[in-house]
Write a protein that binds this ligand. Sequence first.
Ligand SMILES: Cc1cc2nc3c(=O)[nH]c(=O)nc-3n(C[C@H](O)[C@H](O)[C@H](O)COP(=O)(O)O)c2cc1C
Length: 217
Amino acid sequence: MDASPFPDLRRMRHEYAEAGLSEDEAGDDPVLLFERWLGQAIDAGVPEPNAMAVATASEDGRPSSRIVLLKGFDATGMVFFSGYDSRKGRELKANPRAAATMLWHPLQRQVRVEGTVTRVDPAESDIYFASRPRGAQISAAASPQSRTVADRAALEGRRAEVERMFQGREVVRPEGWGGYRIALDVMEFWQGRSGRFHDRIHYVRRGDAWDRSRLAP
Ligand SMILES: Cc1cc2nc3c(=O)[nH]c(=O)nc-3n(C[C@H](O)[C@H](O)[C@H](O)COP(=O)(O)O)c2cc1C
């Protein structure tokens, strides 16, 4: 391969040998397993343990992905907040399905989720928006997320305008900003093992129950 400015990427390897994931440890309910793993990632001090890559696709099947922050999780799905008219928002409108991936590298763990996406209730978005720091509220109201803007100064100008608009009062959640919930249709838990012979426990929802299987690494 060509000379690269990096150390030889082909020789960079990290051995995963911390733990394993047996069917017994995984259990029958991936919701409980996810809660356990997220708790362990938080306890382990993983930076932004709620960060996840969310992939969407346009109507004609072109994928795109980006990092967002998980802000809610239960059996009904994974919630994140965003601009509804952003690229992801437009893609989700045309094709309301997403895949999310979380990496907890120090624990040598990955979780993958796939499911149908719906907007959360406006009341739920209001509650979360109201809990955000004022600066983040103003930014959400001032930013036409994913649109091309002339330059940084144009963005700063919009922000100053919104600040003036809401001076002395609470910032109202813009209608075009709110939550999405990714339903839990498929979940996979990956635990790194030595020699790249990893554990993968895969769950597919069947009504109220889950089918569990093991996938080859
Ligand atoms: C650590 C991190 C957390 C982020 N959290 C969010 C988030 O919760 N919501 C969001 O809309 N964008 C978030 N972003 C920005 C997105 O990655 C992305 O730039 C933005 O949503 C526009 O994406 P789109 O053009 O594909 O719609 C985050 C980025 C990083 C690096």
